[in-house]
Design a binder for this molecule. Sequence first.
Ligand SMILES: NC(=O)c1ccc[n+]([C@@H]2O[C@H](COP(=O)([O-])OP(=O)(O)OC[C@H]3O[C@@H](n4cnc5c(N)ncnc54)[C@H](O)[C@@H]3O)[C@@H](O)[C@H]2O)c1
Ligand SMILES: [Zn+2]
Length: 365
Amino acid sequence: MIKKTITVALRPPCRIYIGPGALGDCRHLFDKEDLRQDIALVTTAAVHRLHGRDLLKQLRAADRRLLVLTVPDTEKSKSAHQALTLIKEITAFEGKKGLCLLAMGGGVVGDLTGFVASIYKRGTPYVQIPTTLLAQIDSSIGGKTAVDTAFGKNLIGSFYQPRFILSDTRLLSTLPLAERRNGLAEAVKYAAIEDPRLFAFIERDFRVLLKADPRSLAHLIARCAAIKAKLVSKDERDEKGIRAVLNFGHTFAHALEAASRYALSHGEAVSIGMVCACRLSEKQGWLCAETTQRVEGLLRQIGLPTSIGQIPIPAVMRAMQHDKKFNLGTNRFILLENIGKTRIERDICEPVIREVLRESAAAAS
Ligand SMILES: NC(=O)c1ccc[n+]([C@@H]2O[C@H](COP(=O)([O-])OP(=O)(O)OC[C@H]3O[C@@H](n4cnc5c(N)ncnc54)[C@H](O)[C@@H]3O)[C@@H](O)[C@H]2O)c1
Ligand SMILES: [Zn+2]
């Protein structure tokens, strides 16, 4: 059942339908959004096995053809090669009624399908049914699509909004604990940058959230989705520094992911990255130590790492240099002044960053 509808206020608007059992409304939503084309579902074998049958039952209609395309369950599926493989298959499938793509899966499936939708015939409608917590609160919203290349992650991509997003919180009941933690890292991010009440809610409810309690999850997802929808509506193309606050912890995180050769998951790297960003802010005199401790304490209780551990600092610095190249030649950090209040700083000098990383490594022991 749909409990909450959130609108990303763009032209045209993109609606996010949230609730336990929301999948049951799928066919109705396709009709409501006037999507009457044949559907090519893109998913992974694992997600299809768990939830595909329920979805197909919903979508089957006498006058609509369905094609199921599965991609391997790995970040490697976000590739130009995989995108071309999908395009070959949908070209062979497409008939007179035209085509709508449907992504059912985590961020990998969502980013890849969105990318294909944006380039196939210069734009084909697509719908997102995110099945990880991270995808429900973050990656499915905002229209950033991408594939990775040997030269960098998410290097080729586009801004292309889905026609709608359907987040059924029940789908998360099958999600492994590590993936719930990864998603919660991003939820802590939203709370830290925008919403002290949400932060307090996660502090109080993280245990039931980790157990995938559908009611608590529905509240969390609706709140995070509303925050992202607001920021995206004001800055769809990430040009005004408004959407940029979503990168709290991410300057460190992207470098840590690369320096760990992707042994760290994105959520784990974001967790460590947020603590590093708090320490950096504290060093500059913008944040009090208690707030850093509060953020770190919550992430630890959730079971996320908060220290860079054994990851070599020179490798992290090199990865940051690489990022800098794509960022007008400067580094850019989203820092906290308090829970719910951010500031964007450029050109933080390297010795300070190194010092933060050294302290983070020392905190492991
Ligand atoms: N477009 C954006 O704005 C944006 C934002 C953040 C992240 N991303 C991208 O998202 C990707 C990461 O997404 P992710 O964390 O969802 O990872 P993912 O897509 O790899 O999914 C994680 C794992 O969960 C499994 N899974 C998915 N749904 C499940 C379910 N309901 N039950 C059981 N298992 C399930 C998948 O099979 C996979 O093994 C990265 O490629 C990242 O770059 C994009
Ligand atoms: Zn992230």
